[in-house]
Design a protein around this ligand. Sequence first.
Ligand SMILES: [Zn+2]
Length: 189
Amino acid sequence: MCMIYCPQCGKELQDDAAFCDRCGHKMGEPVGPSEGRWRGRYAARVERATRGPDYLDGVGFGVFLIAVAWVYLQYPWVGTELVAWFRTWVNGPTYLPVILVEPIFLFFIIMGGWGLAEGGLRMISGRISRGLGNIVGALGNFAIAYLIRGYGQGLIGASGLLPGFVIIIGASIVLSAILGSFAWSPRRD
Ligand SMILES: [Zn+2]
């Protein structure tokens, strides 16, 4: 038996279901404005369910591998330096060596650039909720890149790196939650 998805909350249902057993939506009826409260919570699933498969995550993994390879080509010593840094952690946490600043900056810039492209492509294809999530993630990547570069330039002290990182991650989570609470609905066509 094939599966269908609730157009309101995205739950997988038997194809002969008359009602959704999670949100109570009556199958075959349009999703009304009063049901919009579900969209924030399940917007990404609704988009997936109503707009078919999305291959951008696979592309994103490829871009991640390309970013790693590109950083290695630009800074062939980066692996040795990373291993040397991790070894110092045996004796307790140590600050990021300044020599690793530029390779890490480059990596986060590439990932941020891809995040913007991914978000833009998703929004063009009507996946507004996931697209906005990608763009928030991209801004977070750029913020981390410039935080680390600021550390390399002495603008941010070594003890400011971890709090800065935590603030950026926290702000990304809060921003995603705020964006997700709007009633972003997939295009109905
Ligand atoms: Zn439902």
